[in-house]
Design a protein around this ligand. Structure first.
Ligand SMILES: [Zn+2]
Length: 305
């Protein structure tokens, strides 16, 4: 931007300020009004007020015409790359021809994109020709097996549990079928907590954790929806729900469920293991409610990052 242009802009700003003050003066005069006088004094006062008003309106008019004159002297921005023109306002870049270079690059990239279009057309016809030649040979396609995690027989869970070789101390798992074919695992872990894990086939759909002493409020076998009234078990429910996403594997659902159960078994030490990061048993009144997904180490919710 040339110095001349900058000066014009500065002048326009000054004129705008002046216009604002003269308009403000008009309204101020109107707001002040005039004192009520009697007789000849009244006429004199009225004339004075009118004169004042006339003068201030004249100065507004002058300011507007001056501002318009300055405004017309300003040149408009280039429509091609309108924002890039501001680059040269920075005094350090002022001496470099940034704006010209940007324009040049813009034109160049336009040309490249046009030529790439032509090239794509030519290559596409060539590719079609090649495909017709090779279509005589049998195509080698990668066969994908569909995920089977949800399509298991109702007894699959029982079979899986009986096959489990890794026994977790103080953990009992009872599969129930309150909803028909799909199982809900009732897990109890020592005298710490009870959990319900709803499955679809062998895929984990829902986890709910409550304290060992908390009763089942709805007196039914489906203990899925009633949340624990203790914050600690609500946090454990959150962590376990997050873990189900980590252990989600529709192609290898058996291993995924086994890994989840093994991971969940580490909550046996919920109230006895200190946090691995800060070394404390309690932080903000809560024990470490997170277990690392790989190492199963205990962490507080805020310490795990
Ligand atoms: Zn901690």
């Amino acid at each position: 931007m040339s110095d001349n242009q900058t000066e014009t802009i500065l002048q326009a700003i000054k004129l705008t300020q002046r216009l604002r003050s003269s308009v403000a003066k008009v309204f101020q005069n109107l707001a002040d009004g005039c004192a009520i006088e009697k007789g000849t004094e009244k006429k004199k006062a009225e004339k004075e007020v009118l004169n004042k008003f006339h003068e201030s309106l004249l100065s507004v008019n002058n300011d507007i015409s001056e501002l318009e004159k300055t405004g017309s002297a300003l040149t408009s921005l280039s429509p091609v790359t309108p924002n890039s023109i501001y680059l040269s306002i920075d005094p350090a870049i002022d001496k470099m021809p940034v704006y010209q270079q940007v324009l040049q690059a813009y034109k160049w990239s336009n040309k490249v994109s046009e030529l790439a279009g032509y090239a794509a057309n030519i290559l596409d016809t060539h590719n079609k020709f090649k495909r017709t030649q090779t279509s005589l040979q049998p195509a080698k396609r990668l066969k994908r097996t569909p995920p089977t995690g949800h399509a298991y027989s109702p007894n699959a869970v029982e079979t899986l549990l009986s096959r489990r070789t890794v026994k977790i101390p103080e953990m009992t798992i009872t599969p129930t079928h309150p909803l028909g074919s799909h199982a809900v695992l009732q897990i109890s872990l020592g005298r710490v907590l009870r959990a319900q894990v709803a499955l679809r086939g062998l895929m984990i759909e829902w986890v709910n954790v409550r304290g060992f002493t908390e009763d089942n409020p709805d007196e039914s076998k489906l203990e899925l929806w009633a949340k624990s009234r203790y914050e600690v078990f609500q946090k454990v429910t959150e962590s376990a729900t997050a873990a189900t996403l980590h252990f989600y594997s529709p192609h290898n659902a058996e291993l995924a469920l086994n890994s989840f159960i093994t991971w969940f078994g580490r909550y046996r030490t919920l109230f006895s293991a200190p946090c691995l990061k800060c070394g404390k048993h309690y932080l903000n009144g809560l024990p470490p409610t997170w277990r690392d997904l790989r190492t199963s180490d205990p962490y507080h919710d805020v310490c795990r990052q």
